[in-house]
Design a protein around this ligand. Structure first.
Ligand SMILES: Cc1cc2nc3c(=O)[nH]c(=O)nc-3n(C[C@H](O)[C@H](O)[C@H](O)COP(=O)(O)OP(=O)(O)OC[C@H]3O[C@@H](n4cnc5c(N)ncnc54)[C@H](O)[C@@H]3O)c2cc1C
Length: 382
């Protein structure tokens, strides 16, 4: 698809988000649910399959335009954007990359149409960052596999039909598609969250769930190297744009407010200390956007540096989303602490981005080990 057609999809997504999402974001939070009707509308427009190939009813957007689309949805509501992150990026992209033809036929097209919603189940009550140590187990019995264990914090897990689930067993880490209707699957919504309140986040129990061999994605034992790494790489790319979305939305809110509100007989934006805050926020957003676009371009080119540049973009934009959102609250004064103003929600949503798809500490470790290799200049031998 040419760039003009892709840009048109992004422009339409902006109008869709302005009309169908942003005005209701606070209501979704209060109801603790992104409504099913909205998910269906997004599916009809192809957003749930934005990157899938056309043969599976996808829009076939390239990584840059997918990033821009993620931004438009994420600016309007982080909980709704969460569906793109888990369904399209984490589960969908991993399946598109590593699923066999039968698996794609069976799941990718229904996922594109929104008939099957998918999520990514890695984290457990006792295992987060140390993800290679998952305890959810598989055991082979004849041609079937028996799954036992629990997953926690699974975005859209309470309504998803398919769980791309990371398990461990005889041959090592293995990823399965577990289907909601399989006996022994139970989901429980997690309430009382700081943010992501409308993202149907759940804990999932698997009790002697029988899964056929054809539900293994990739090879038995290769689940971490291939499936988890692919899923998290796509998830990080999505979160990089989610960070820009929050930072951009907070920046716009801060500027608009500063031009409307007066103190000491003049508009807030004319006070030099407020100008300092705004100047920093504009710079951070531009820098973050440049990193996202660079990561997108490298991904589009299948460049081997795409993974590390995506990690850097995710680390940076989640950090500046938090900083810009904090500053947007500051510029709003008391109103920034009030849920009638969107910056109050942006401030809470930004924090989550520093935790999901690998915490900031994990990103720092990865980036640091890359830097130690890339920028080591051995001293010249005497
Ligand atoms: C809103 C939300 C949605 C989520 N959605 C999903 C989902 O869809 N699917 C899914 O599988 N998971 C999901 N998660 C889980 C998320 O990925 C984990 O919370 C995250 O990976 C961190 O794991 P943890 O919470 O167990 O923290 P821990 O691993 O216990 O870490 C606690 C702290 O210790 C730090 N730490 C840990 N190890 C080290 C180390 N070696 N060096 C330095 N610091 C370290 C961490 O950075 C963190 O600051 C979600 C979480 C939230 C909050």
């Amino acid at each position: 698809m040419d760039n003009t057609s892709q840009q048109k999809i992004v422009d339409e997504a902006r109008e869709f988000a302005d009309r169908e999402i942003r005005p209701f974001a606070a209501q979704f939070e209060a109801n603790e649910a992104v409504p099913r009707e909205l998910i269906d509308k997004m599916a009809q427009r192809g957003y749930l399959a934005a990157t899938f190939p056309a043969e599976y009813d996808g829009l076939g957007l390239d990584p840059i335009y997918y990033g821009l689309l993620t931004e438009e949805i994420g600016k309007a509501d982080a909980s709704t954007r969460g569906l793109l992150t888990v369904h399209t990026s984490l589960a969908g992209e991993a399946l598109a990359r590593w699923g066999n033809k039968e698996q794609k036929e069976k799941w990718l097209r229904p996922m594109a149409q929104g008939k099957k919603l998918a999520c990514f189940a890695l984290t457990e009550p006792e295992v987060g960052t140390d993800a290679k140590n998952v305890k959810t187990s598989y055991r082979k019995e004849g041609n079937k596999y028996i799954i036992n264990g629990a997953k926690k914090w699974i975005t859209f897990g309470n309504i998803a039909d398919l769980f791309l689930t990371v398990t461990t067993g005889e041959k090592g880490i293995t990823a399965f598609i577990i289907e909601r209707e399989m006996p022994g699957v139970k989901t429980t919504p997690i309430k009382g969250l700081l943010a992501g309140k409308a993202s149907h986040i759940a804990e999932i129990q698997f009790e002697n769930v029988e899964v056929p061999a054809e539900n293994i994605v990739g090879k038995e034992g290769s689940g971490f190297t291939y499936i988890v790494n692919t899923a998290l790489d796509h998830g990080r790319y999505s979160i990089a744009w989610a960070g820009i979305a929050i930072a951009q939305e907070a920046l716009e809110a801060m500027i608009t407010y500063s031009r409307q509100r007066s103190q000491f007989g003049k508009k807030l934006h004319t006070h030099q200390l407020i100008q300092g805050i705004i100047g920093d926020a504009v710079t951070k957003v531009h820098a973050g956007r440049a990193l996202c676009l660079r990561a997108g371009q490298l991904r589009k080119n299948n460049d081997s540096n795409a993974v590390i540049e995506t990690t850097i973009a995710k680390y940076f934009t989640s950090k500046i989303a938090m900083e810009v959102a904090v500053d947007a609250v500051q510029v709003h004064g008391g109103n920034g602490c009030y849920n009638k103003y969107p910056v109050e929600r942006l401030f809470r949503e930004a924090k989550i981005l520093e935790i999901i798809e690998g915490t900031s500490q994990v990103q720092q470790e990865i980036i640091s080990s890359y830097g130690l290799r890339a920028y080591f200049k051995p001293p010249a031998k005497k």
